[in-house]
Design a binder for this molecule. Sequence first.
Ligand code: FAD
Length: 405
Amino acid sequence: MLSAASRPYIDASVPVLREHGLAITTHFYREMFAARPELTQLFNMATRPTVRSSSRSPPPCSPTPPISTRRRPWARGRAHRAQARGSRPEAGALPDRRPHLLGAISAVLGDAATPDLLAAWDEAYWLLAGELIAAEARLYQSTGMAAGERIAVRVVRREVQSDNVVALTLSAVDGQPLPDFRPGQYISVEVTLDDGNRQQRQYSLSAERGLPTWQISVKREEGDHATPAGAVSNWLHANAQPGTELAVSAPFGDFAPRLDGHRPIVLLSAGIGITPMLSVLRTLAAQGSKREILFAHAARDGRHHAHRADLAWAKERLPQLRTHISYEQPQAADVAGRDYDHTGTMPVAALLDAPDNRLFIDGEFHLCGPLGFMQAQRHALISAGVPVAHIHREVFGPDLLDDLL
Ligand SMILES: Cc1cc2nc3c(=O)[nH]c(=O)nc-3n(C[C@H](O)[C@H](O)[C@H](O)COP(=O)(O)OP(=O)(O)OC[C@H]3O[C@@H](n4cnc5c(N)ncnc54)[C@H](O)[C@@H]3O)c2cc1C
């Protein structure tokens, strides 16, 4: 527990640190990567503030520092992401980061960073680091794999799902069934880029649990005149063919809807955010679930609507399944009523207001998609009367400030 002497310093400085969050993280990453260049292989450098020069907005991230000692639930999610990356907090990463964090606070706050304030943050740092190390130790035990251990897999199938998404089916090189996972979880995929740089990214498992193989579905992040194309997604699109070998982590992630409940379940996704929802839906279908299920998805148009055959597959097995597809800008080839149900962004409030769908208000809601989509849908759900505790989400981007610890 934080000491009584430190508490007032922490309480008083959290709003100030939040205000200067970007400056602190920028300073922190710059100093940390200068001191520990090998860490650039563990982090996605394209989404760190030190290396992003463009004004293009980064993937969704949490703007709230996890450094308030009153906010504990982040430790579990942070532990999942750290382990998926293969970092080893107990082996030195956390102690090594501490001086860079305190240095960044000191540099950004200047004279306001008094010795007492820095001592209070030092104490808070160790408290949170201890919590994180304990959360990671529990997680290592549950996966049975050592920190940073990778599984050698081979691509056994490649399917083009839309203009910019390919689905890759992976099987273990040693022929053993791949480890079990909870639908909603993701794996880290590690590749050696053409310049020799080794990088890893996370991809949600997009098929059902219980198969000997895994499937991931990768959206190609295109660049433009101002921004380079995404490194790993383009590498996978160009190189991952049947026979290609990849190194992947065990499945991680605490976004894993409970499938054994009886309440209605609502899966809302946009774009590539469909992947964890597919795994959930396909698993419910494979289990012959009797739950009421509403699956709503938003895509740009038919050419960007990945995995549509999966919905037809699931409908055959789940007669109670209701689906709703929104296309933001349908093209001439897209047929209303056949390919999509609604033009524009997903109208979640109207959807829940339809007489047939009212029962879903008491359901469990799961969201995944771009930040704007998730903010808008969450707001609409709360306005429609859905309790906040029933809304869960997955973020396809770094929680940047997580890395301070
Ligand atoms: C839990 C989780 C699950 C995920 N699941 C999936 C999934 O199922 N499917 C999927 O496709 N993705 C998923 N992602 C996203 C995935 O991990 C990658 O972030 C994504 O593939 C982009 O990686 P990249 O290496 O291609 O792009 P990066 O090289 O990391 O670039 C990211 C973006 O930044 C831009 N960029 C790069 N460099 C710069 C620069 N210097 N300045 C400005 N902009 C720049 C790129 O154009 C790109 O849009 C998931 C992420 C998480 C955290």
